[in-house]
Unconditional design. Structure first.
Length: 185
């Protein structure tokens, strides 16, 4: 519903004119030459969407406790020293921040998960909230950055350098979204 509202309003289209297709790895796109790229994610009480002229990715995660074994299974042997607090406990805010950075990049690329990509996301310098990731095949690199959200959630977006950074979000209540959705008909 959210993506239909955003795409319909941006392009001046009705609901019946919005024909979504899927890429090789299942990433949805609007099959029109004038369509913006988009990415969706949801977790807990949040649904987020990013629109851009070029490929874009976004990911939101509710931060909930994970045990050390689960985190190590996710990281597949990558040392998470940078994500540990004093005493060795994993800093979950930092872990989920890194995870959303990784997921947003994968969504932007429309690609699958690999160990190299996990390593790039989890081996950042402490305190960094963004990084530049090289793209394969001589393509334009990616900018991956965290975005502040409500406490208990991590949010990250991935974009090309030519796209403006996401500095703000439009928050819609359910009644506002429903009203805007109905206008598409």
């Amino acid at each position: 519903m959210l993506i239909c509202v955003l795409l319909g309003e941006r392009l001046g289209l009705g609901y019946g004119e919005l024909r979504l297709s899927r890429g090789t790895y299942g990433k949805p796109f609007l099959d029109r030459p004038d369509a913006p790229a988009f990415s969706l994610s949801h977790s807990g009480g949040w649904v987020v969407c990013a629109l851009a002229d070029e490929a874009v990715g976004i990911d939101v995660e509710r931060i909930f406790p994970l045990d050390h074994e689960t985190i190590q299974a996710i990281l597949d042997g990558i040392k998470a020293d940078n994500d540990a607090k004093d005493g060795g406990a994993v800093d979950l805010v930092r872990f989920y921040g890194r995870w959303t950075m990784l997921e947003s990049r994968l969504k932007a690329e429309g690609a699958g998960l690999s160990g190299r990509r996990i390593k790039n996301a989890f081996c950042l310098e402490p305190g960094k909230t963004s990084f530049r990731a090289e793209a394969g095949g001589g393509e334009t690199p990616w900018i991956v950055e965290t975005i502040p959200l409500q406490e208990g959630y991590a949010l990250s977006a991935c974009r090309r350098p030519g796209e403006p950074p996401c500095r703000e979000a439009d928050l819609l209540t359910w009644p506002e979204l429903l009203t805007r959705f109905i206008r598409l008909f």
